[in-house]
Design a protein around this ligand. Structure first.
Ligand code: URP
Ligand code: ZN
Ligand code: ZN
Ligand code: ZN
Length: 509
């Protein structure tokens, strides 16, 4: 067998096993051999892993790029926005496909699934998908696929366009919001989406927060002038997430359809997911590093700069919530860990500082702070360093939640595993004995954002090489891949369990 690239002497990790002193042979971008002492082949490039861990490339299935959420647009001149996108780059608050995927590969992520976002006024999702294709094409450093955010599920969209989305466009998941005024769906509309999603094998992702509690609490906190960034969290205690999580699990049970609860932040919601799984419902959970590594005092400190850590659901106050998230990763409640990379620059007219400019109060108003954090570059290294190397999770669990499960959940058939036939998407880490731990600063990162919420955190390792389809795209701190190398990936239906044909009444779809 001829190889194009041989990686020698690694500690190869999959979601189930670890093989020491192991080589990987790659041909035409595909892994063709995994085993000890693969034969030398003339002309093959050789990388010596020096005994270090080799893990499958990160698969991050919750990344917002070139997207302006309607929620964040209330205060922006809406005429500049088309299909959720500000075409004028000068106006970008956030990461584009270029900067976001550059950041991804620098942190060991080789595939991202980003969002094509319908705005309520869009009567069809087809032009929305086409628009995001234009934004991503020739702009991406890593492979990418899309979910579609549905904010207005008309009969035309759910009945006629969903089948086209799956068959023509290779998109097999949608995201729904239960909160954010311009995006949220009523329960009735959620059922409309689930009804069609079930028939087509679409995975429905849900942002579960009780929007009326949030609105009511925000109003009443403002009356008491409790409007500092920190009180973003006060307005959304864990029951806000738990109530909506439980409600949408009930809707999914009624409709006998699988859902993924995204960015779960607290213990009470985690328990609802766990209970549903114990009842054998196909309910999946996602959490994010911000809920594993940060607590709410990151919003309290530095006065208004606490805005840098404002996201929804909020980073939690109590260590008990953080502990519940870690327990949920270990016991399998959480199928995947994604970044929810959804940053806004801090020093930008429409960025995080907006709450100060629009608040008419010396300490600003959290209501006007765009929600979301940067994290596509730090997700994999944080879980490796703060998870595996800190003894909290096994190397296999790390691979499972950052790569293998995301690929299986979202039908990325050739991603997420080191084995023959899979794309050669790999991360080679530094040999542990020689790695000098360091404390992260934003200057080290490759995104276009002017801060990281993980500033100062110690990293005990970092990807030494990131490899996509057999090509080194990141090496020793430098992005060496090219913009445009990343390919759009058509997805299959989820490989994880789906409908059970168990019903709550005589009704059948
Ligand atoms: O605060 C967050 N998470 N913003 C990004 C949009 C979303 O809800 O995922
Ligand atoms: Zn403004
Ligand atoms: Zn969300
Ligand atoms: Zn998100």
């Amino acid at each position: 067998m001829n190889f194009d690239l041989v990686i020698r002497n690694g500690t190869v990790v999959t979601a189930s096993d670890i093989w020491e002193s192991c080589d990987i042979g790659i041909k035409d971008g595909i892994i063709v051999a995994v085993g000890p002492r693969l034969p030398a082949t003339a002309g093959a490039q050789v990388i010596d892993a020096e005994g270090a861990f080799i893990t499958p490339g990160g698969v991050d299935c919750h990344v917002h790029l070139s997207q302006v959420y309607e929620a964040a647009v209330d205060e922006i001149d809406r005429s500049v926005v088309t299909n959720g996108v500000i075409p004028d780059l000068e106006n970008y608050v956030s990461d584009t496909y270029d900067t976001g995927t550059r950041s991804a590969v620098a942190g060991g992520t080789t595939t991202v699934v980003t969002f094509a976002s319908q705005m309520k006024k869009d009567e069809s999702i087809i032009p929305v998908i086409e628009d995001y294709h234009k934004l991503a094409k020739d702009q991406s450093y890593c492979d990418y696929a899309f979910h579609v955010i549905i904010t207005n599920p008309t009969p035309q969209i759910v009945e006629e366009e969903f089948p086209r989305m799956v068959d023509e466009y290779g998109i097999t998941s949608v995201k729904l919001y239960m909160t954010y005024k311009p995006m949220r769906l009523r329960d009735y509309q959620i059922l409309d989406v689930m009804y069609s999603a079930r028939k087509l094998g679409i995975t429905t992702m849900v942002h579960a927060e009780n929007t009326d509690i949030i609105d009511w609490m925000t109003q009443h906190l403002e009356e008491k002038l409790m409007t500092q960034p920190y009180h973003h969290g006060t307005s959304r205690p864990p029951i806000v997430e738990a109530e909506a999580t439980n409600r949408v699990i009930c809707l999914a049970e009624l409709m006998d359809t699988p859902i993924l609860l995204v960015h779960i932040s607290g213990g009470p919601a985690t328990k609802h997911i766990r209970d549903a799984q114990t009842r054998l419902l196909p309910i999946y959970g996602e959490t994010c590093p911000q809920y594993m590594f940060l607590l709410a005092d990151s919003m309290r400190k530095r006065d208004f700069e606490g805005a840098k850590c404002v996201c929804s659901p909020p980073i939690r106050e109590d260590k008990s919530d953080q502990d519940a998230i870690w327990a949920g990763i270990k016991n399998g409640t959480f199928t995947i860990v994604s970044s929810d990379h959804a940053p806004s620059k801090y020093e930008h007219p429409h960025g995080k500082k907006r709450g100060l400019q629009h608040g008419n109060l010396p300490h600003g108003k959290f209501r006007f702070i765009p929600n979301g954090l940067p994290g596509v570059e730090t997700r994999v290294p944080l879980l490796f360093s703060g998870g595996v190397l800190s003894g909290r999770i096994s190397p296999q669990k790390f691979v499972e939640v950052t790569s293998t499960n995301p690929a299986k959940l979202y039908g990325l058939k050739k991603k997420g595993c080191i084995g023959p036939g899979f794309d050669a998407d790999l991360v080679i880490w530094y040999p542990q004995a020689t790695f000098q731990p360091f404390n992260l600063t934003n200057e080290m990162l490759h995104h276009a954002i002017d801060y990281t919420p993980f500033e100062g955190i110690e990293f005990k390792n970092w990807p030494r090489y990131t490899i996509i389809r057999g090509k080194v795209v990141f090496s020793h701190g430098e992005v060496v891949g090219e913009m445009g190398y990343g390919q759009f990936i058509r997805r299959e239906k989820s490989l994880l369990p789906g409908p059970r044909d168990v019903w709550l009444s005589e009704w059948r779809p």
